[in-house]
Design a protein around this ligand. Structure first.
Ligand SMILES: NC(=O)c1ccc[n+]([C@@H]2O[C@H](COP(=O)([O-])OP(=O)(O)OC[C@H]3O[C@@H](n4cnc5c(N)ncnc54)[C@H](O)[C@@H]3O)[C@@H](O)[C@H]2O)c1
Length: 260
């Protein structure tokens, strides 16, 4: 097991990447603090882990709020005595409109959940990670490198993480590490929300998924478990000398175009 004896806070744990990662981190021996804005889904994830024989608690937390993040870190230490790993999966796409079609407050909302959350987690758990020779994994997006129209603000938020992770790595060093995974299109409830067409039915969603998959070099969507496996690698001692790094897990979406 790659994470034996470690305590991991996983945000966005109620859905998609956070959910899959919570289960895999537990299978790899970690005690999991499953955090989400949605108390019910976070609780469900923690219950799945305990039903499978693992150790987990759930915490309702808005990762864009300082007091909520402080409470999350406090709860983790209260229950499990320490924090070794933070995987910040919570994220939010912007509304799928052009910049001049959005309200002013969209900026604060998208930046707060996608960027400020990483800063708050480092603020309230950075010293704890240093103490335990731990690490934080942030989640960017291929949008940080190649933005699309109607997601310019989301792309800017993910682009900020691209740089923030390097500063975070420098501040956590020499004891701790910070890395970021930049995923391509993942089969989660978030993926259809990026589409300007906003598919409603299952049939429409499947058609959008097929079109997106065809645009990747490997011709496939990324599964939440693919990201979870990469996160286990970065969180584990296998990546002990990797820090400040941006890992693309994108089925080849950014590197080159497929034949068709
Ligand atoms: N799905 C994709 O195609 C894709 C592509 C690139 C990057 N990403 C990024 O991957 C990460 C995981 O996304 P996902 O696809 O699993 O999405 P998802 O919508 O399935 O899950 C996101 C989770 O975050 C939670 N969340 C939202 N706002 C929160 C807040 N303020 N505080 C705490 N929790 C909050 C939601 O309740 C939800 O459970 C996000 O950072 C996302 O931006 C996703």
């Amino acid at each position: 097991m790659k994470l034996e004896g470690k305590v991991a806070i996983i945000t966005g744990a109620g859905s998609g990447v956070g959910h899959a990662s919570s289960l895999l981190f537990s299978q790899e021996g970690a005690k999991v603090v499953a955090a989400d804005l949605n108390a019910e889904t976070a609780q469900k994830t923690a219950a799945e882990i305990t039903a499978a024989g693992g150790e987990a608690i759930s915490v309702q937390a808005d990762v864009s709020s300082g007091p909520a993040v402080k409470n999350l870190v406090d709860k983790a230490i209260e229950k499990f005595g320490k924090v070794d790993i933070i995987f910040n999966c919570a994220g939010l796409p912007q509304k799928p409109y052009l910049t001049w079609e959005l309200e002013d407050d969209e900026f604060e909302k998208v930046m707060a959940v996608n960027v400020k959350s990483n800063w708050l987690l480092l603020k309230y758990a950075g010293l704890e990670l240093k103490k335990n020779h731990g690490n934080i994994i942030m989640v960017g997006s291929t949008g940080a490198i190649k933005p699309r129209a109607t997601q310019a603000l989301y792309a800017a938020a993910k682009g900020a993480i691209f740089t923030f992770v390097k500063g975070a790595a420098a501040e956590l060093a020499p004891e701790g590490r910070a890395n970021v995974i930049h995923p391509g299109p993942i089969r989660t409830p978030m993926l259809p929300k990026f589409s300007p067409d906003q598919p409603q039915t299952e049939e429409e969603t499947n058609a959008v998924f097929a079109q997106i998959a065809a645009g990747t070099m490997l011709g496939e969507l990324i599964e939440p478990e693919d990201i979870a496996k990469s996160a286990v690698f970065l969180a584990s001692d296998d990546a002990a000398k990797i820090t400040g790094f941006s890992l693309l897990v994108d089925a080849g979406t950014i590197i080159a175009r497929p034949r068709n």
